[in-house]
Design a protein around this ligand. Structure first.
Ligand code: SAH
Ligand code: SF4
Ligand code: F3S
Length: 441
């Protein structure tokens, strides 16, 4: 009987994609996926360490793996991803039942470990390879990731990612286009370009044949069968006019830009080492509004950064009010090991952070709800993802703006339909499917 594996994924889309690579690689080794952890011979965790809450979520799951390993010592427990990379060999000291640990760039080493007859615990933490060439197992047939770079050359003072994912390395454009073409040929109609800082793509490539991010978008857009292109995450400092302009030009490129603000206070941004200030950020927003007036803008914001004063925080509220985000991820600052901000003076008490977060969420949600009203009465293109999570009689999908829609109608997952929007909240739209999309265009 085939060996079975189970993988639990924490963290960002990059990790979701890395887990797809793990699945693909394990399938090629003859493993089958178990539906529950208890049925697996190989129990894997793909971890995140972006905030303390990510660490504790994962560690809570490890208890069950320990118990299962106790029941059957033949089981293999593997820990991959950013948390593993950030603690390295310490994994084995803290959790002696773990057999193999590997960083985000070392997924292929898992195969090496499984093929060896090593019985001692192994850790793989070099930054060397790309998992780009590994086979993948996509979660949805019609949606695919394209990892365009790995690592991050920024030095945001709060962030653990540069130390877990290493320096930025862009993939060869030819290889990327070939991969995107293969995805399209395999039924993918929505592709999301992935990187820690996607719009710095290409700077590290050799001059011959080097292209930048907007040119890469152009080339993906030209691929037959790709109806939608998204990307995450860009950095405001690299959000140049050419990238904003292609949003207006390329038919497949979606009307959504994620523009992580982090803070509205220039003084805080400086200590965060974000390399832009409030004015420069607002200038990017103005440029987006000028070229792509209907574009959805989403963001990430951290509250309670060390030394953040009430006035600094009010500046964040002002920016949130002024921009009117279509959606925002809001976080409490969490000190991360070996980052500069973890030991900065002026760490704020937890209740202060929580109180600020609540005030911010109030503004973000109110503005997002207001912004969403512009869709009511319009017929929007929706990519159907399946049945609604809250009501089985309805369907669920996403607009090009990235808004989730619950709607009445008959359609298959993976289809593009027109949905007339009847209601809108900060998070979701509601509506009813109208004639086949082709007749609307
Ligand atoms: N490279 C991407 C994603 C980084 S992680 C980018 O720069 O946009 C996603 C978000 O987590 C960040 O944008 C930031 O808002 C948040 N984050 C990162 N480190 C954090 C920390 N130490 N505490 C709280 N939030 C953090
Ligand atoms: Fe972290 Fe900043 Fe790099 Fe994003 S850009 S991954 S926040 S260091
Ligand atoms: Fe987490 Fe690593 Fe992503 S720390 S957010 S899994 S890059």
């Amino acid at each position: 009987m085939a060996q079975k594996f189970h993988v639990t994924t924490f963290g960002c889309q990059m990790n979701v994609h890395d887990s797809e690579r793990m699945r693909g690689m394990l399938a090629s080794l003859g493993y089958e996926e178990a539906s529950e952890r208890g049925e697996a011979d190989l129990i894997l965790f793909n971890t995140c360490s972006i905030r303390e809450s990510a660490d504790s979520r994962f560690i809570a799951h490890l208890g069950e793996a320990k118990r299962l390993k106790g029941e059957d010592p033949q089981r293999i427990v593997g820990v991959g991803g950013c948390w593993a990379q950030s603690v390295k060999e310490e994994v084995f000291e803290r959790f002696p039942f773990v057999d193999v640990a590997f960083g985000p760039g070392q997924i292929h080493k898992l195969a090496e470990f499984l093929n060896s007859d090593s019985i001692s615990a192994q850790g793989y933490f070099e930054f060397e390879d790309f998992s780009g060439h590994l086979p993948t197992r996509r979660e949805r047939e019609f949606q695919g990731w394209l990892q365009i770079s790995q690592g991050c050359n920024c030095a945001c003072s709060y962030c653990i990612v540069p130390s877990t994912r290493g320096r930025e390395v862009s993939r060869d454009p030819g290889e990327l286009i070939a991969e995107a073409e293969a995805l399209a040929a395999d039924g993918v109609r929505e592709v999301t370009l992935l990187g820690q800082n996607v719009n710095s793509y290409g700077r590290d490539l050799p001059p011959a044949g080097r292209i930048g991010f907007s040119e890469l978008l152009r080339r993906v857009d030209a691929i037959e069968g790709i109806d939608r292109i998204r990307y995450t995450s860009p950095h405001p400092k690299d959000m140049k006019e050419d990238v904003i302009r292609v949003h207006a030009e390329l038919p497949a490129l979606c009307e959504q830009i994620h523009l992580p603000l982090q803070s509205g206070s220039s003084a805080v941004l400086k200590r965060m080492r974000r390399t832009y200030d409030r004015e420069r950020y607002m200038d990017r927003v103005a440029l987006i509004r000028e070229h792509v007036p209907d574009c959805a803008i989403t963001t990430d914001i951290i509250v309670g950064f060390p030394g953040e004063t009430e006035r600094d925080f009010e500046e964040t509220l002002e920016v949130a009010e002024e921009v009117g985000y279509d959606g925002a991820f809001t976080f409490l600052f969490s000190p991360r090991r070996e980052t500069e901000a973890a030991t900065m003076e002026g760490q704020l008490p937890h209740p202060v952070k929580v109180e600020r977060l609540q005030r911010l969420v109030e503004v973000v949600q109110r503005r997002a709800a207001e912004r969403a009203q512009r869709f009511v009465g319009r017929t929007m293109e929706v990519l159907v993802e399946g049945t609604s999570r809250t009501d089985e009689t309805r369907l669920r999908g996403r607009t090009r703006h990235g808004k989730a829609v619950n709607f009445d109608g008959v359609a298959e997952a993976g289809e593009l339909v027109g949905v007339e929007i009847e209601s809108a909240t900060s998070q979701t739209l509601g509506g009813v499917a109208v004639k086949p999309l082709a007749s609307l265009l």
